[in-house]
Design a protein around this ligand. Structure first.
Ligand code: UDP
Ligand code: MG
Length: 316
């Protein structure tokens, strides 16, 4: 039987660690799937790390990875992929919003030869209206840009070792895992699931952090905003030609003063467009700067290994 790595990013999830670990390990051992659990403590401010260490002592299949500070879920997922040793790896949230029973279904599909099994949301669960609106808009834009329907995509996915190795070898730092895993291609299929309510604690995403996340992801995946600048430039050039001709005509027939309003409007418009454009370009430059610095995506301060469990849970 081939081993499955379960990657679980955790940020301030003290109440969930034990519950998640025992639920997942129970389901997997019952199905006879050899597994390892990798908890990544993403700089939690509560007792998540001690909870993970305790879990490592109790269950030999658990590995804990501790970040030196909060680096975000993307970094945590990549750290998990890098440390995973299984023949395939699945990423799942620590709050049990992704139903762990589905892992078994995904694993079976992987055994049938699929290399990426994507978890697709049937609905988005309980969310505020504004939150939902932002999420929908974001997914519409990103689906257009990546030409992949992402409206119900999630980070809940199972990937073959081949895919994991390719993702690991990608040098970029500003990643958007959800889109990247579709971008790499491979034989893939989907498994749909219902998003459950969070069991303990609260969502780590405010609307503002989601907007920042959206902007960052759109720009790492597309240069369309920069091209927009050129298009606007051309449009305004045409407009200025038209208005220029008009002003000359007015001047000739002696009505020049009236054009003053137009001048001011144009001035304001062009000024604002210039500034926005510079802002957009500046944003990309800052991204390039970020990448070129080549800083590590995350810093691990501590890794705690369970005893290892090559045979546990493998009995069939
Ligand atoms: N998470 C993380 N680092 C962060 C924020 C979140 O590792 O900076 C983890 C969190 O512990 C959880 C998963 O990412 O396992 C999803 O987070 P959350 O449930 O808050 O997001 P939501 O389900 O509301 O999208
Ligand atoms: Mg959640």
């Amino acid at each position: 039987m081939k081993k499955l790595s379960v990657i679980i990013p955790a940020y301030n999830e003290e109440k969930m660690i034990h519950k998640t670990a025992s639920t997942i390990s129970e389901i997997l051992s019952k199905s006879g799937i050899p597994y390892e659990l990798l908890f990544i403590n993403d700089g939690s401010k509560d007792t998540t790390w001690p909870a993970i260490m305790k879990e490592c002592q109790e269950n030999p299949c658990v590995t804990g990875i501790c970040f030196s500070r909060n680096f975000g879920k993307e970094a945590a997922m990549f750290a998990g992929l890098e440390q995973s040793k299984g023949d395939c790896a699945v990423i799942i949230d620590c709050d049990l919003q992704h139903p762990p029973e589905k892992i078994v279904e995904m694993y079976r599909l992987w055994e049938e030869g699929y290399e990426i099994i994507e978890g697709v949301k049937e609905d988005r669960g309980e969310e505020g209206r504004f939150h939902r609106f932002c999420a929908n808009t974001f997914y519409k834009i990103i689906s257009r840009l990546t030409k992949i329907d992402m409206s119900n995509a999630s980070d809940f996915k199972l990937m073959d070792r081949k895919v994991v190795d390719i993702l690991k070898s990608m040098p970029e730092r500003n990643t958007f895992f959800r889109a990247l895993s579709s971008w790499v291609g491979f034989k893939s299929t989907t498994v749909s699931f219902k998003v459950r309510d969070r069991q303990e604690g609260e969502s780590k995403w405010s609307s503002w952090s989601l907007i920042k996340y959206a902007v960052s992801n759109i720009t790492t995946f597309s240069v369309a905003p920069m091209q927009l600048v050129t298009i606007m430039g051309v449009l305004f050039f045409i407009l200025s030609l038209v208005l220029g001709v008009q002003s000359v005509v007015y001047k000739i027939i002696g009505r020049a003063l009236e054009g003053f309003t137009t001048v001011i409007i144009i001035e304001l418009l062009v000024g604002s467009i210039c500034m926005t454009s510079m802002g957009i370009i500046g944003y990309y430059i800052s991204k390039i700067y970020d990448e070129i610095k080549g800083r590590p995506r995350y810093i691990i301060s501590n890794i705690v290994n369970g005893e290892g469990c090559d045979d546990e849970g493998a009995e069939e």
